[in-house]
Design a protein around this ligand. Sequence first.
Ligand code: PLP
Length: 400
Amino acid sequence: MMSYLKTTPTREGYFGEYGGASLPPPLEPHFREISEAYDRLSKSAEFIRELRYIRKHFQGRPTPVSYLRNLSQKLGGAQIYAKREDLNHTGAHKLNHCMAEALLAKHMGKTKLMAETGAGQHGVALATAAAYFGMECEIHMGEIDIEKEAPNVTRMKLLGANVVPVGFGGRSLKEAVDSCFQAYVPQADTALFAIGSVVGPHPFPMMVRNFQHVIGIEAREQFLEMTGELPDMVAACVGGGSNAMGMFAGFIEDAEVELYGVEPRGTSSNLGDHAATITYGQDGEIHGFKTMVLTDENGDPAPVHTLASGLDYPGVGPEHAHLYRTGRAKYTWADDKEALQAFYDTSRYEGIIPALESAHALAFALREAPKHPGRSILINLSGRGDKDIDYVTETYGFGA
Ligand SMILES: *Cc1c(COP(=O)(O)O)cnc(C)c1O
C-alpha cells in the first residue's frame, strides 16, 4: 500500500474535500511553475543534499527532544516530552520551511522572496533565508502590527529586508496578505511568494508540510532512542498548522499514536474571542483554498483573538480539516489563561521559556498528564518565548 504522505494530497492538491487552488488567472501559470519545480527538485539528490547541509550547519539541526522531568513528576501522571524547535536558529520552527522555500526559489532562478507577516515571525525567518541566499526580500506588514512588533521590524531591517507598511482597512494581517498578493502579481517572474504555513493555494500546504516533516522524522527517532517505544500521544499548537503538520507527519503511519491539535480558545467561545477554527468553525474558503473557517454573519473571515499572535488566523491548513474529518487527529483547545499558566510553569520548573503559541501545546500536556498514568505525551515546543516576555510580565506579572 502507498503511504499516506505519498498519496495525500492528490495531484490537484486535495486532502479529501479540502485544499485545491482557486487563483486569479494571472497567477495560475506561476503556481503551476512552483508546483512543477517542487515535484522535480524535491526528488533531486542535489536539492536534498543542500537542504540537509543548511539544516545541520546553519540551523543547528537536529534539535533535541527533552524529557520534562520536573513537570512530569509534579503532575504524577503521563511522562511529558518536548521537541525543542525553540533551539532551531531564529528560535522557532518557521525557518524549516523558509530556508527550503528560499532554496527552491534559488533553483527556480528567482532573485526575490516576498511574504506578508502578522506578528513578524514569518517575516524574520524569511528575511534570514533571503540574507543567507543573497536574495532580495520584501515583507508586507500592517501599520498596527509594525507599531506593536517593533523588535521584529528592526530584525527584518537588520537582515536587509524591505518592510512595506500596509495602511488600508484594518492595517493588520489580512490586509498585509492582500497587499502582498497585489505587489506579487507583476513581479511573479522574478519573485517567489513564500507562504508562511500549511495554508494558501496548492502546492503550499503540501510543500510546507513536507519541509516541516523534519520535525516529526527527528522526533520519532529521538523518542524511540530515549524510551524504546513510540509516544502514546503527540500534540502541537495549531494556527495555520505548519508546526503541527510537521510533527504529525512523522507519526501519521503509526496508527497507535494519537495525534492532537491544540487550538487557541482565547478568552471565550464567542466569535471574536478566540481563533479555534476547527473547534468552532465550518467548511468554507479563504485565501484561495477550501478548508474550515471562522466567519462572521456576512460570511467574511471573522475577527480572531488569542494571546499568541502567531495563532491568530480565522482559517486552518486544509490537511488539518481533513485529519479532523477522518478522525486520524483530534482537535482540542487551550485558552489564554491555561497557556499563560503553562508559560510560567515551563519557565519556572523546566528552565525553558516557551513561545505563547507553544504554551498552548504545553497547556494540553499539563491538563492531560494527570489523567494518563503510565502513558507518554510528546509535544512540539514550536518556539522560544523571548519575544513574549515583555508583554507577559508587563500585563500579567511574574506568575503565581
Ligand atoms: C508562527 C508560529 C506558530 C503558528 O504557526 P503554525 O503554522 O500553526 O505552526 C506556532 N508557534 C510559533 C513559535 C510560531 O512562531
